[in-house]
Structures are given as C-alpha cells and as structure tokens.
Design a protein around this ligand. Structure first.
Ligand SMILES: [Zn+2]
Length: 269
C-alpha cells in the first residue's frame, strides 16, 4: 500500500511563508512580526542575507542572526499572525488528506491501468509536508521518502493528481531508464491522463485555460504524445517498457535542454 503521512509542522509552514514572494497581506503581517522581533532573525529565516551581509558581514551577521533562535521562534509562534496562518495550514492539510483518501481507490485503479504497474502491490510510506494553501509548491525528496506540498486547488482533484505525480517520482526512481523521459511520462500519465479519467473529461496539456507541466518538458511531452496515445490503446507494454522503447526510438536526439544544476534543483518537482 502507498501510505501517505500528512504532517503540518510549524517550522515548515513558517519558513515556507517567510521565504515566499507572495503579497498576501497576512503573510506580510507575519513577516513584519518576525522583523519586529529581530531583523537578523527574519533575514536568516527568510533566507535573505543581503541586508545582513551589508550591515554586519557574513560571519558576524549569521552568528547574530542565529542567536536566540529558540526564544524568537517561541515568541513568533505565539503571535496571532502566525497562529491564524498555521490554523489555515492545518485545515488545508486535513482537506488534502480527506481528498486523497476519497480518491485513493479510484485513482490507484486508473493509474495502475495507465502505467501497467499494479500500484496496489507497492509498499511505500511517504511523508507529506503541507504548508499554507496560498503557496504553490510540490517537491520530492526521494532519499528522505518525503514530499512537500501546497497549492491552491486550481481545478477539481488538483492535489490528488499532483500527489500522484510526486509519488510516481518515488515509485520509478530505481527502475527508470532516463529521468527526463520518465518525468515526461509522469506528466503524461498523471497530470494529463489521470486528471482526465478522474474528472471525467478535459484535454491534454491545458486545464481551465492554464497550460501545465514543466516548461523544459513541453517539447518532449508533445514529441511522445502520438506514441503515448498508441501505448494507452494497445496495453501490451508497461510504462517502463514504453520508456525503454522511446529511449531507443529517440536515441541520439537531445530530448530536453536542461538548465544548470541549480536550475534543475529549482525546477525539480
Ligand atoms: Zn515532477
């Protein structure tokens, strides 16, 4: 069984909000509160060290910024600004968990059919770190068996579809042939085919007028689409066999133009 453990942790929610660029007023008020407690504390926690470097230099500044972290955190966690946002994060966590549970059986069946892998035979426990629903991110930490997740529900069953996307990174990591090809197939399988089956309609690559997927995979997704549609109809291969065949077919072609290692880190989800 693929068991997800949903956790909403103060540390995670706080840092996710402080490092965000969102203009959502309650986030701004929380930032202001952290700043009032200690500007260095804010700069360290928001990962913005620029002012700190200019004012103090890195070595002294970081030391000053990391002093009293425990005390400052305790103060910040008691503020109404944080308490309200954290309660919303907890509520969002419960909503995502209940959506996941409601959809688990049907989405597992659909995705097993799409991938040709019996996902009910896979035993995996993954911890889902949830933050505030006004923030958007999803990232897989494969070695830690963890996923970070938060996103406004742009369309029906949004969290279910993208949690499966992240889970498929965990499921395929040891058996895939090429990370880019498999990532593209995960987008075709989860973001597109699973979404359409689960929601009883929709089109590939766009939902509610919003284009989907990683920009660097768009070209590859389109290149694979005709074979992918045939693969879905023929049902005589699983996703790994299909991936291997596509790898042979497109051998020698540059499938994606990847950004730098940092770009890969920033884009990975
Ligand atoms: Zn991904």
């Amino acid at each position: 069984m693929i068991a997800l453990k949903f956790v909403v942790k103060k540390d995670f929610v706080l840092q996710d909000i402080l490092k965000s660029y969102s203009h959502y007023p309650p986030f701004w008020k929380l930032k202001k509160k952290a700043w009032e407690i200690d500007p260095h504390f804010y700069q360290i926690l928001s990962q913005n060290l620029e002012a700190l470097i200019i004012e103090e230099g890195l070595e002294r500044g970081v030391r000053a910024g990391t002093a009293n972290v425990d005390k400052n955190l305790a103060t910040l966690y008691r503020t109404p600004q944080f308490t309200a946002l954290f309660r919303q994060a907890e509520r969002y966590g419960r909503a995502v968990e209940s959506q996941w549970k409601k959809n688990y059986a049907s989405s597992l069946r659909h995705l097993s059919d799409i991938t040709g892998i019996d996902l009910s035979k896979i035993d995996r426990e993954i911890t889902i770190y949830i933050s505030h629903p006004r923030l958007s991110h999803g990232r897989s930490y494969l070695e830690e068996h963890a996923i970070t997740w938060s996103h406004p529900d742009e369309w029906k069953n949004y969290a279910t579809v993208y949690l499966w996307h992240e889970i498929m990174h965990h499921v395929t990591v040891d058996t895939r042939w090429s990370p880019h090809l498999m990532h593209s197939l995960i987008e075709l399988a989860c973001d597109n085919e699973l979404r359409i089956r689960l929601n009883g309609g929709g089109a590939y690559f766009k939902e509610k007028g919003i284009p989907m997927g990683h920009r660097y995979l768009v070209g590859l997704n389109k290149k694979l689409l005709p074979d992918w549609k045939k693969y879905l109809r023929s049902r005589d291969e699983n996703i790994y066999q299909f991936e291997k065949r596509m790898r042979r077919k497109w051998r020698g072609e540059k499938l994606v133009r990847m950004p730098s290692a940092l770009g890969w880190w920033a884009e990975w989800h």
